[in-house]
Design a protein around this ligand. Structure first.
Ligand SMILES: Cc1ncc(COP(=O)(O)O)c(C=O)c1O
Length: 394
């Protein structure tokens, strides 16, 4: 198929659920993506938070190749070495507990919601979530999501989610009722515009959950696996959640989701209560193992921290130069530039000049480069953004 035939096939045969940009990428390596016309792009938003190791990391590629030749899938009524290894490794870098394997962030959150309901024993079922949150596209997850635009057209929603302002501890206290069973949040709201949870707010949430016997669910689908320069964002806060959900970067590009629960509640989902046909196949688990090992071996958390300092410094120069940039926010390599104009034209112009970034929440330019992004790549990206801002902004 040529370019036009590909566009036509999408038009004819694929549901129009995405606003797609007219680019067709065919290859990737590290921070580089190559399109169908052999033009190269610098990817500062790899895979919407999936490719924290960059595209086609050699360890992920070799693990997938090797495992695909041995065994791709096994149903979950059997045991597999790779699942056992990955579960053990995840627990060793997180907190004492157990994991449930699924295939996506929404499924991981769905599992967290179901586990909370079981924990509530039919008497407590309300879950408090936050304005501007994003938890995925299943019906329960859009009901939990604090952005009406994701809910439009899908009423009636799943009941018993109470959505309150982010970083507002009094609003949380007010919302808690005898029916409340859990509080669920992203520590850095990604789709909601890179809003960072305040330390004191999170510590108070932890205290409230302990006192009222509520579950603290941390959605680390976007923040996890080194994105914030720690393996998990909660590790910045000196707390541990009761439930954590993961997906995106864990599989190095392979689809995987994980719901992890502390050991006191991890056995509540008994055989038959929850399941996933594809969840935790040997192939995806092997890929995820190679991701975790690469992060450790290549010291990617340290590299991400250094790169974040450098990128922040560079972006601060841009903020000094352009009044259009209101604020730079973020944690580690999850950064947002909040503009006083619509950012989509800026992101679009960057793409034309060979830089992939994202615009979320209308005004926020989001950058989430690979954890080992180099200074040279940061310089190049900032130069492109500077050129675009000088054309389009003040
Ligand atoms: C914080 C958060 N939770 C959940 C999801 C949903 O993940 P998935 O698209 O894998 O279902 C996303 C996706 O962007 C996310 O950012």
């Amino acid at each position: 198929m040529n370019k036009q035939e590909i566009f036509q096939a999408y038009n004819d045969y694929i549901m129009p659920t995405y606003a797609r940009l007219p680019y067709i990428f065919v290859k990737g390596k590290g921070a580089k993506l190559v399109d169908i016309d052999s033009k190269e792009y610098l990817d500062f938003f790899p895979g919407w938070g999936v490719s924290n190791l960059g595209h086609c990391h050699h360890k992920v590629v070799s693990s997938v190749r090797e495992q695909a030749g041995k065994l791709i899938h096994l149903p979950n009524n059997f045991y597999s070495l790779q699942q056992a290894q990955l579960a053990k490794e995840l627990i060793s870098v997180a907190f004492a507990g157990k994991v449930f394997f699924c295939n996506s962030g929404a499924e991981a959150n769905e599992a967290a919601i179901k586990l909370s309901r079981v924990f509530g024993e039919g008497r407590r079922f309300e879950i408090i979530t936050f304005e501007n949150s994003f938890h995925g596209r299943t019906l329960a997850c859009v009901s939990a999501t604090g952005q009406p635009k994701y809910q439009e057209g899908f009423a009636p929603l799943v009941p018993e989610f109470k959505i309150v302002p982010f970083n507002d501890i009094e609003a949380v206290k007010k919302a808690i009722s005898p029916k409340t069973v859990a509080i669920m949040l992203e520590l850095v709201q990604g789709e909601g515009g890179i809003n960072v949870a305040e330390k004191d707010f999170v510590r108070q949430l932890r205290r409230i959950c302990d006192t009222d016997k509520l579950l603290l669910i941390v959605d680390e689908v976007q923040t996890g696996i080194g994105r914030t320069a720690k393996m998990f964002a909660y590790q910045h806060y000196g707390i541990a959640p009761d439930i954590m959900t993961l997906a995106k970067a864990l599989g190095g590009g392979m689809p995987i989701g994980v719901m992890m629960a502390k050991k006191e509640i991890a056995d509540l989902l008994r055989p038959g209560m929850h399941a996933s046909t594809f969840g935790g196949s040997p192939l995806v688990c092997k890929a995820a193992l190679s991701v975790l090992r690469a992060i450790r071996k290549e010291k990617l958390l340290n590299k991400a921290e250094d790169s974040a300092v450098y990128l922040n410094k560079k972006l601060a120069f841009l903020k000094d130069r352009y009044k259009t940039i209101k604020e730079i926010r973020g944690l580690g390599l999850m950064l947002g530039l909040d503009l006083n104009i619509d950012g989509s034209a800026i992101a679009g112009a960057c793409l034309k000049k060979g830089l992939i970034i994202n615009c979320t929440h209308r005004t926020v330019l989001r950058m989430m480069p690979a954890l080992d992004v180099s200074k040279k790549q940061i310089d190049k990206a900032v130069k492109i953004l500077d050129a675009v801002l000088s054309e389009k902004a003040l």
